[in-house]
Design a protein around this ligand. Structure first.
Ligand code: ME8
Length: 501
């Protein structure tokens, strides 16, 4: 049987600004899913990229004195460098100024237009440039954007419209028939209520600025940046040439602020174009910083590159996915990060590895001894049954995008292994075979744990396996107890996660 394919995406990020923790959050999460899927044996397409058109980017370029293309290329480089630093394993990186993307957007526009779903009219209402979203008078809060709180501008211009109103009922039906289409459930409910209020047709072109793709057949108009941006997911899937490409996506990971774009507009465009809908859209929560909203004006924007440089890439990745359940909001503070590093990474995992390696070194000259299952006691049996239960628990958490739960399960095993060392007390063991069996059990437990840790902390997983004398994990098939061969040379390594004072 050919391997299952899995197509996962992050939002493409606006290049009006440099990357912050919100960008890193979605991208690290997507990376964990992609690595998890590859370990399961799936063929994965993991896409990220940059959203380079629109009025907001045009204004930022103007302010910088560069041409829009130079400006977007510069900021795009910052994103690429960050992903490299954070060990992101994306298979493709899309820039919406690329030729392949222009081709895809033009093709979907023409298909939708041919269907009769695009018409020329006049737009007269409000626009939030920061969110690049159209708003009605009643949506405004104190005259400002209800989502980001920034000032909005009144627009009155000729515009092409997409017949969004035609698709409300179909979308509701799709959501009802596919309960996992929008996750988490609270977000699905939000969209269901929104759809039940009825949909207005959507303005999908602008005439008052230039930085975008031209409407096919009417170059006075620039295509609305969200129509352009959402199509990136199709572009990278090979649309329109490659009919058997990667589409539909298995998972769009997004932040909660862009839910409506991904679960109302995007599926409506796809329905109109006669294309299948993505299988799942999962919206994560937002980070506050030391209890405050993160914003440039507050000057508290968290720089992911600086944090990863200071505390380590793996520690930062771990923290992001361990601090709160994906889907919930959470608070970022360096104090919380340090506390997780010291307790869970240094004390629990790092310590377990180093004490195990030290004992294998001391009692067996750094060679993994053969197991002696006949020497198993209640201690070993308990630990083995925990390890045996882990694959199903971990997979079920990861399949539901439950990083927090998955890590909790792994750490329950790590803690149990530390307790096992204390109970087994190898330093007191007089029976050589029992001692060998304990040391083998530890090396196996650690080898297995390294596979589960890998999607979150690929570098640490690599160091763990190297120190245990095995290769970097390639598949979950390697997580069976006993698959690790005796006789391997182990190597003591510097502390995996040094304690932070
Ligand atoms: O929205 N905590 O781009 P963007 C967590 N170009 N996540 C946060 C956050 C925070 N404090 N602040 C922002 C766009 N985010 C569009 C996407 S996709 C076809 C087009 C998240 O650069 C936010 O939820 O504004 C969003 O998912 C991403 O970072 C920012 O995207």
């Amino acid at each position: 049987m050919p391997p299952k394919t899995f197509y996962i995406t992050t939002p493409i990020y606006y290049v009006n600004d440099v990357p912050h923790i919100g960008h890193a959050y979605t991208t690290v999460a997507a990376d964990a899913v992609a690595r998890y899927r590859r370990l399961k044996g799936d063929r994965v397409l993991f896409l990220t990229g940059t959203d380079e058109h629109g009025q907001k980017v045009e204004k930022a370029a103007e302010a910088s004195g560069l041409s829009p293309q130079e400006f977007v290329d510069n900021v795009c480089r910052r994103f690429r460098e960050l992903w490299q630093q954070l060990n992101i394993s994306n298979d493709d990186f899309i820039k919406t100024t690329e030729e392949r993307h222009k081709k895809a957007v033009t093709a979907i526009w023409e298909t939708v237009a041919k269907k009769g779903d695009i018409f020329l009219g006049e737009y007269e209402d409000w626009y939030c440039t920061s969110d690049e979203s159209f708003l009605t008078e009643i949506q405004l809060v104190d005259g400002k954007c209800p989502d980001c709180g920034r000032a909005v501008e009144k627009l009155k211009e000729e515009s092409y419209f997409f017949r969004l109103s035609k698709y409300g009922a179909l979308l509701l039906k799709h959501i009802e028939e596919n309960p996992s289409f929008i996750q988490p459930v609270s977000k699905r409910n939000e969209i269901v209520s929104f759809l039940k209020e009825g949909l207005r047709d959507l303005s999908v072109s602008r005439t008052t600025f230039k930085w975008g793709l031209p409407v096919p057949g009417d170059a006075r108009h620039v295509i609305y940046v969200w129509f352009d941006a959402l199509t990136n997911y199709l572009t990278a899937a090979g649309y329109p040439d490659n009919k058997d490409g990667w589409w539909p996506a298995d998972l769009h990971l997004i932040g909660k602020d862009i839910l409506r774009f991904h679960t109302v507009y995007w599926p409506a465009f796809l329905l109109s174009a006669g294309l299948p809908l993505p299988k799942k859209v999962f919206a994560h929560g937002w980070w506050t910083v030391d209890g405050n909203k993160m914003s440039k004006s507050r000057g508290n924007v968290v720089d992911p590159g600086a944090l990863a440089g200071k505390y380590g890439v793996d520690a930062f990745r771990y923290f992001l996915l361990r601090e709160m359940p994906f889907g919930a909001d959470g608070d970022f503070s360096e104090k919380a990060l340090i506390s997780r590093i010291n307790s869970e990474l240094a004390n629990d995992l790092g310590n377990l590895l180093s004490r195990s390696l030290t004992m294998i070194d001391k009692y067996r000259a750094g060679v993994v001894p053969p197991p002696a299952p006949e020497k198993d006691r209640g201690l070993e049996a308990d630990l083995k049954s925990l390890l045996k239960a882990l694959p199903a628990e971990y997979s079920s958490a990861m399949d539901g995008i439950g990083f927090y739960d998955a890590l909790q399960k792994v750490w329950a095993v790590v803690r149990e292994m530390n307790a096992y060392v204390d109970k087994a007390a190898p330093w007191k063991e007089k029976d050589e075979e029992t001692l060998s069996n304990v040391l083998y059990t530890l090396s196996e437990g650690l080898r297995i744990v390294s596979v589960y840790v890998y999607p979150f902390m690929p570098d640490a997983a690599g160091k763990m396996s190297a120190s245990l004398g095995v290769e970097l994990p390639k598949s979950f098939e390697e997580t069976e107890f006993g698959k690790g061969e005796a006789g391997r040379k182990t190597t003591k390594i510097p502390s995996l996660f040094p304690r932070i004072q």
